[in-house]
Design a protein around this ligand. Sequence first.
Ligand code: SAM
Length: 216
Amino acid sequence: HNDSFAYPTRPDLMDWTVDHYPGLQGAPTVLDIGCGFGGLTMALGKILPPEARILGMEIRAKVTEYVRLRIVAARKEGNLYQNCSVLRTNSMKFLPNFFAASSLEKLFFCFPDPHFKRKNHPRRIVSERLLSEYAHVLKPTIGRLYCITDVEELHQWHVAKCDAHPLFRRLTAEEEAKDPCVEAMIHETEEGKKVARQGGNKFYAVYERIPDADAP
Ligand code: SAM
């Protein structure tokens, strides 16, 4: 239900300092989309610089509140996690309301809901239409899109959609190995830990936001 979500009409109307990153300036740079219980959001808080702004986005109210309290508690333990926060929203609807063009460095899609039935494929969080939104908010060359799933068919869908999109290029295995966020994405989400306990497979791919064709 849309009206249960507060969202700005334009990204510049959002104040991130007060509610999300006290002591830091600027909008988020990294999104953990469908963050669930926030394990990756917080792991990224330790891996990425203290001045990064990492935002978990979650549609479920209780789960979002759990992550918020988890961050509050962890911040009290020391000086860590000032760079982490969480926001309740439907990221499939409101991303352009929150984030300006070329403003984000990383987008994570970890173990998204598979929506197996063909008639539900339009509800998948990686789709042709949404990839254009993701390309819009990601910074060319620096921007990366990460996706991981235990559902092989969904992985093939991710790869097919991203490979077909003119603004994304898949990283090579060598490039992936140099990025510490890849290890975090594989091991630090709650869903990923569950899959590991159950002996399941994890399939992932990382894409770079390439410059627009008409850019200099
Ligand atoms: N990424 C987490 C992990 O790996 O542990 C959670 C994975 S869970 C299977 C998928 C999560 O995405 C759920 O917490 C769900 O509520 C959330 N979600 C689904 N659709 C969403 C949307 N449109 N916007 C934000 N979150 C969404």
